[in-house]
Design a protein around this ligand. Structure first.
Ligand code: HEC
Length: 511
């Protein structure tokens, strides 16, 4: 009996030893002072005090906020807890929340570092804006760029000014004067608009939600933005912050180094016009209703991501394709639509979608009083439109024309190389010195001139986004220098990904 007791005790899950690393890595970014979440989770007392609600939120997959179901399809950079992590927190709670004082508490990560290894080519901070409404408000700010040449945008970074109230930021470009006119008609900085910018010509290039990091297009892909375009930032300020001030910054990284690039666009490919059986897109009051929409492609595309979109009545949305050879390609399934957490999700790998494929979307809407976001009480019949009291059914895709070999492009390497020490396809690579104190070289050989995507991930497979970068390779031996300065000591994985180089190196960072 004593032996059993001792064994049980040595296996006890503690806060310091087991739970703190999970919470600090997955929750604290938002759950700390000045951030969007309503309470802090930065120490034992705070986490133990919320144990019951944490148990409920993680077991029902409400937290961390990540709407797509990972069991349907894994998406790039997904923010979810593993089954083991949930199990650890559950056993910590059921064994009475032991702190584990004999084990040192891990330090909080440095959340505020925006220490980019690459400098932005364009950076703009909106003029200070004082939130005018106690309700949710969507404010568009027109950003003069002064761009006299066409730009190739590779990456976009949003740094919210007031993190407690900025709930999402959409970035568009536009060449018309429509947004300037709307801006001019409002005496305060920017103008208010629920969805989009008010201009049908605006092109969406990014959505930021709390927890998002640097948004980086894979491989040699860019958003081509014409000379003279302005940017429009649409900021959603959450309810309850009237009188608060914000001045959000957006950094744009363009492709400077020449080389061939390929343009991508975010294109609406299934919408409310393509509902099967001619069913009209009408959502009657007091009903829960579903629609199946589909459309057939007559061109072969490479799909890099999806942006499923509905408004406040949205209940669920599932998107997939059926190819001409009858294979089902799963895109995303959002079983409980979260209007406030919608996003452009990149796939873990590029997907070839051949001509003749049918795209499918199953969407359901709850227009009853049970839907707490219902804009009308009592409910009213709703139709298509851009206002908050109107509805949408749209699937946008991040797409480009297919080129041979695109299906080998890896977007989130953590899904493919997680536990590797070194994987080679057609070439070898070596890092030295390794172990390193921060700076090291990587040598590799290839037979191609092309963009090679380089990313660093930690032991848990999380890509450290502000270290993601690209280099242009040349045939033969290539040598690149890299720095892990500013990261804490430990094991990291450096992945190189191009059309014929897929390799991961294990790097030991020592102090
Ligand atoms: C990306 C930001 C973010 C992350 C990461 C995050 N939260 Fe939250 N959390 C929020 C916000 C915002 C709310 C307020 C309610 C809402 O908007 O859904 C919230 C609410 C909660 C609530 C109360 C409401 C509920 O749904 O039960 C709990 C409990 C909670 N979070 C626990 C966690 C835990 C545990 C983690 C990590 C496993 C976590 N959160 C990660 C942003 C975040």
């Amino acid at each position: 009996m004593i032996i059993v007791g001792l064994k049980a005790e040595s296996q006890t899950v503690t806060f310091n030893g087991d739970v703190a690393p999970i919470i600090f890595n997955n929750c604290t970014k938002c759950h700390r002072s000045g951030e969007i979440a309503p309470f802090a989770l930065t120490n034992y007392a705070e986490v133990a005090g919320e144990a019951a609600s944490i148990y409920d939120a993680i077991n029902n997959r409400r937290m961390p906020p990540w709407a797509p179901d990972p069991s349907y399809n894994h998406l790039a950079f997904e923010r979810t807890l593993s089954a083991q992590d949930i199990q650890k927190i559950n056993s910590w709670i059921s064994s009475g929340l032991p702190e584990g004082n004999s084990i040192p508490l891990p330090p909080l990560p440095d959340f505020d570092s925006t220490n980019n290894s690459v400098q932005p080519n364009f950076s703009y901070r909106i003029p200070e804006y004082t939130i005018q409404s106690a309700q949710d408000i969507y404010r568009c700010f027109v950003v003069p760029t002064g761009w006299v040449n066409d730009k190739k945008i590779k990456a976009i970074q949003v740094i919210p000014g007031n993190k407690a109230c900025v709930h999402h930021v959409q970035v568009f470009w536009d060449t018309t004067q429509i947004c300037n006119q709307l801006d001019g008609a409002d005496s305060l900085p920017g103008y208010t608009r629920f969805i989009g910018t008010g201009s049908d010509f605006s092109k969406l290039i990014h959505i930021w939600v709390p927890g998002s990091e640097l948004f980086f297009l894979p491989s040699n892909f860019v958003f081509n933005v014409p000379a003279g375009a302005k940017l429009i930032f649409q900021i959603h300020y959450a309810a309850g912050f009237a009188g608060e001030k914000d001045s959000t910054r957006v950094n744009i990284f363009t492709n400077q180094s020449g080389g061939t690039t390929r343009g991508v666009t975010i294109r609406s490919m299934i919408n409310y016009n393509n509902i099967e059986n001619g069913q009209p897109f009408v959502i009657p009051a007091n009903q829960v209703i579903s629609f199946n929409a589909s459309d057939t492609l007559n061109f072969t595309y490479t799909f890099l991501g999806i942006f499923p979109h509905m408004h406040l009545l949205g209940k669920s949305m599932k998107s997939y394709a059926i190819t001409p050879s009858n294979d089902t390609v799963r895109f995303s399934d959002i079983p409980e639509w979260k209007f406030y957490w919608q996003n452009i999700y990149q796939f873990t790998k590029a997907i070839k979608i051949p001509a003749g494929t049918s795209l499918h979307c199953e969407a359901s809407y709850d227009n009853t009083v049970l839907n707490s976001l219902n804009p009308h009480n009592p409910p009213e019949t709703e139709v298509y439109g851009e206002e908050s009291s109107e509805e949408m059914l749209l699937n946008f895709f991040l797409v480009t024309a297919y080129h041979n070999g695109d299906e080998n492009i890896i977007i989130d390497s953590s899904f493919y190389f997680n536990n590797a020490t070194q994987i080679f396809s057609s070439n070898t690579a070596v890092a030295y010195p390794n172990p390193t104190e921060g700076n090291f070289m990587v040598d590799f050989s290839t037979d191609k001139s092309e963009w090679i995507n380089i990313s660093i991930s930690d032991l848990a497979g999380r890509v450290i986004r502000n270290r993601t970068t690209e280099i242009f390779s040349h045939p033969g031996k290539n040598e690149i220098s890299f720095s892990l300065d500013g990261l804490s000591a430990g094991v990291y994985f450096l992945s190189l990904s191009g059309s014929n180089i897929h390799c991961v190196l294990k790097i030991d960072l020592v102090n």
